[in-house]
Design a protein around this ligand. Structure first.
Ligand code: VG1
Ligand code: CO
Length: 544
């Protein structure tokens, strides 16, 4: 087999963001662009030489071509075995599962997650370490540094590998094992949840569910587990066939982009339980009949009920949430007498806590929930957790959440996204806030008094690594909080995220909608950050 050493010009923009490198497909297809990043991964991870690499993606446009390129580069860089999902498909949590189960040297996941797909849309690539989790910052920095200085990459000349048939293919000295993308993942789910109990819920016939796969990667996973293994009626999983452009939509399970599901859940004879997942299968949205569970509440509810589910019956070690996620889970941790952690946005910051056994459950407000079973957030896992809970408690989603609020109080929560902003304006807004951090404490803004203001910094309690500039926090005592940060997953312009939360202990007031309960606080946010002035926007694009 011929190995070519191809000259490349360094690309200095290959800096992974919140979750991997995401670019427009047209950028990824720039000659040598993908190859440059992949070579940087191989150079930064010498263990891959002679090791095993897990490979797969969410099936979006350019997935199959990128897989072929990476296979050719893997041979050229001395990888001895690639574990590839059939058709180039692996959900992000399934990839994490394979990396861990087969003790591999890591994995490459091709996805831009909840971003749209297609020739004019986004593609993404990220490296996960042998613990199955997204590379921590020290690794992404090493990859970026290498991408900036590379002069050559190595690639084999070989025929296309048929990636659609299960089994082993030998390409030169490298073995490609093409595996079913669902098998190992489904087995892992069986070890965590009570499948008999969930099956009974479906077969008794008084319960119905709708799972919206948003024409993304979870379709085959949800069909197998919900319809084939758990006996849910055919058609429970809708939009189940993964498409390279996700049918033209945003594969993002939230109130805006999964509107079909939200509407179906509002119908008088609608399903009892609704759920959706994103492009790469790591996000989840949980709905009851005409009832939305905020992801922050979902984490808290799962933590408070974990003892009812086989995989967590021994109890949980601790809970971690990303900084902008509401503080609902902290109260549960206190009640359970376990540690609570507040980390920067992005799943990579949970890895050390999970590896050290300090936490069992993790969550983000952005529809991400997960546990120590893998090292990624896991959409279908969260859905099965809820389903098992519904089977155990035989109450509605709404009843379970309202009961939770009565016990712990309610954290009204919302996130307002201002998308496609001019980068200068967005950066100026953050800079102006940052300059005022020292003067804000003690000031009264609307009905609220600032008790603390900072730009969130985090020191990892396990390895001492530090992350700074992770978002502006304005605290108003223990009751309310505003957070401002710029997105790190976009591929054009800037997105401002404004997170608002307010705690309400009084059950008589739990009936309000989040937008009503939070409007006074949101007015403070608009004014203190001068959102209209810096962005020219009067209203957010996406409210979740
Ligand atoms: C967003 C979310 C963050 C999440 C990240 C990756 O990042 O806010 O919580 O971890 O997406 O999710 P940002 O930087 O745009 O706010 V996924 O499902 O796109 O991998
Ligand atoms: Co995702």
């Amino acid at each position: 087999m011929k190995i070519h050493r191809v000259q490349t010009t360094p690309f200095t923009d290959q800096k992974p963001g919140t979750s991997g490198l995401r670019k427009k497909v047209s950028v990824m297809r720039t000659p040598h662009y993908l190859e440059n990043f992949v070579q940087a991964v191989f150079d930064a991870r010498p263990d891959l030489h002679g090791g095993t690499l897990v490979l797969g993606g969410d099936g979006r446009y350019y997935n199959r071509e990128a897989i072929q390129v990476i296979l050719r580069m893997a041979v050229a860089n001395g990888v001895s075995r690639v574990l590839l999902g059939r058709g180039g498909i692996l959900s992000t949590p399934a990839a994490s599962c394979l990396i861990r189960k087969y003790r591999t040297q890591g994995g490459i996941i091709l996805s831009a997650s909840h971003n749209p797909g297609g020739p004019d849309e986004d593609f993404g690539i990220k490296f996960n370490t042998p613990n199955g989790g997204p590379a921590p910052e020290r690794v992404t920095e090493a990859i970026h540094a290498r991408a900036c200085e590379l002069e050559h990459y190595r690639i084999a000349e070989m025929p296309e590998v048929d990636i659609d048939r299960l089994g082993r293919i030998q390409v030169g000295p490298m073995t490609v094992s093409i595996v079913d993308p669902v098998d190992d993942y489904a087995e892992l789910m069986q070890s965590l949840f009570d499948f008999d109990r969930m099956r009974a819920l479906f077969t008794e016939g008084r319960f119905s569910m709708r799972f919206d796969a948003m024409q993304a990667v979870t379709g085959p996973y949800a069909r197998r587990i919900l319809e084939e293994m758990l006996g849910a009626p055919k058609g429970t999983v809708v939009r189940a066939d993964p498409l390279p452009d996700f049918g033209g939509g945003h594969p993002d399970p939230n109130l805006v982009h999964a509107q079909d599901l939200v509407q179906a859940m509002a119908a008088p004879d609608g399903p009892d339980f609704g759920a959706a997942s994103d492009g790469d299968g790591d996000r989840n949205m949980i709905l009851g009949r005409n009832f939305f569970v905020t992801p922050s509440d979902s984490l808290a509810v799962l933590a408070a009920n974990a003892h009812r589910v086989p995989g967590y019956a021994r109890g949980i070690a601790g809970i971690a949430r990303s900084m902008p996620t509401s503080r609902a889970a902290d109260r549960v941790a206190r009640a359970l007498g376990v540690e609570a952690f507040e980390t920067p946005t992005g799943w990579k910051f949970f890895g050390n806590l999970l590896d050290a056994g300090r936490v069992t459950l993790c969550g983000e407000e952005s529809f991400g929930t997960g546990s120590d079973h893998v090292r990624e957030k896991d959409g279908l896992w969260a859905v099965l957790f809820w389903l098992d809970l519904l089977a155990a408690r035989r109450e509605s989603v709404e009843a379970i959440v309202r009961d939770h609020w009565r016990r712990f109080g309610r954290d009204f929560y919302t996130r307002h996204d201002y998308e496609g902003l001019q980068e200068d304006g967005a950066r100026a807004l953050m800079q102006a806030l940052r300059r005022r951090l020292d003067t804000l404490p003690g000031q009264r803004l609307g009905d609220y008094t600032v008790t603390h203001a900072d730009d969130f910094a985090y020191t990892d309690p396990v390895d001492g690594s530090q992350a700074r500039g992770q978002g502006i926090r304005l605290l108003f005592g223990d009751t309310a909080r505003l957070v401002f940060r710029l997105s790190g997953t976009g591929t054009s312009g800037a997105t401002l995220r404004v997170y608002a939360e307010r705690f309400e202990a009084d059950a008589a007031r739990h009936g309000d909608t989040a937008q009503t309960a939070l409007e006074p606080l949101l007015a403070v946010a608009r004014e203190v950050a001068d959102i209209p002035g810096h962005t020219g926007r009067e209203a957010p694009d996406v409210v979740t």
